[in-house]
Design a protein around this ligand. Structure first.
Ligand code: SF4
Length: 290
């Protein structure tokens, strides 16, 4: 007689247990752990023999295999780190751009003064310097992520190649390395460089961040000032495109994200009030405007 199934849920129950074990042991997210369990030939072999094997023995062997994977000093290809956010570019990544192995359309900038989540600090904080990053997909995560694999693996940025998310060992290594700056990408374009300086004076990132932060806390006067900056941001971008021909992807490197996108990152959206004037309100809130 076949020994009793310890889960009472067949191979699906064991698979779920293995996924959770990997999540806990290695810090993977659940989709990443599921992908690793399903892709590992040894685990697939064990789960595939479920009908003919002793479930308790098979479960023990599967757990041991998961423990091995958890300790493996190498990338499991789970995609967890690529789903959290997209990488920041450093000076050596300029070579990938120069060689055409990384397209400019895949990039955008964050300006010094913008509020972003810092993994190092474990909270949101104003950026001390401009950053150039790979874009994020609409649902979050790096734009190159395809399932759990990198769609641009041979030309992935330095941060992806260097950091060991499984060990955290190299976490501080890039701290002192110069980041790529949006001005580096326009070094032969005097018009773009002048526009960057002028725009930063007219729509300072720190001021926009400050007003949006206050607006998100319900301060009506700050919300009005944030809307004025957002309107100016919109008008300047449209005028630059009309006059100089820079498209939206170029502008999102030169001038950073649109003020509308920055507002969204503060959890705010623009709606038309009954008097037909734009108002800010918390995103996806059916309630009143600020
Ligand atoms: S470039 Fe590739 S490795 Fe780097 S975060 Fe994006 S998907 Fe992951």
């Amino acid at each position: 007689m076949k020994p009793k199934d310890p889960h009472g849920a067949g191979p699906a129950g064991l698979r779920a247990e293995l996924v959770m074990r990997l999540v806990q042991e290695r810090g993977l997210d659940q989709p990443g752990a599921l992908a690793v369990v399903d892709a590992d030939p040894k685990l697939r072999g064990l789960l595939g023999r479920w009908a003919a094997a002793d479930p308790e023995d098979l479960a023990e062997r599967a757990r041991r295999r998961v423990d091995e994977l958890g300790r493996l000093a190498g990338c499991l290809g789970c995609g967890t780190c690529c789903r959290v956010s997209s990488p920041t570019l450093y000076q050596p990544d300029g070579e990938l751009l120069g060689q055409g192995r990384l397209e400019r359309d895949a990039l955008y900038s964050l300006r010094a003064g913008e509020m972003v989540y810092s993994a190092r600090l474990g909270r949101a904080a104003p950026l001390e310097r401009d950053l150039v990053k790979l874009r994020e997909a609409p649902g979050g995560g790096c734009v190159f992520l395809r399932g759990t694999t990198c769609g641009n693996y041979q030309a992935r940025p330095l941060q992806c190649r260097h950091l060991e998310c499984w060990s955290g060992r190299n976490a501080g290594d890039l701290e002192d390395l110069a980041r790529l700056d949006r001005r580096d990408l326009f070094q032969d374009d005097a018009t773009a460089l002048a526009l960057i300086e002028e725009f930063d004076l007219k729509v300072p990132a720190a001021k926009l961040t400050d007003r949006l932060g206050q607006a998100a806390r319900g301060e009506a006067a700050a919300a009005e000032q944030a809307l004025e900056l957002m309107e100016l941001d919109h008008r300047l971008r449209a005028a630059i495109t009309r006059r100089y021909g820079y498209g939206v992807p170029e502008l999102e490197i030169m001038l950073g994200r649109s003020a509308l996108a920055v507002a969204e990152s503060h959890g705010l959206e623009v709606v038309l009030a009954p008097d037909q004037r734009p108002r800010l309100r918390p995103k996806a809130s059916p309630g009143g405007a600020i």
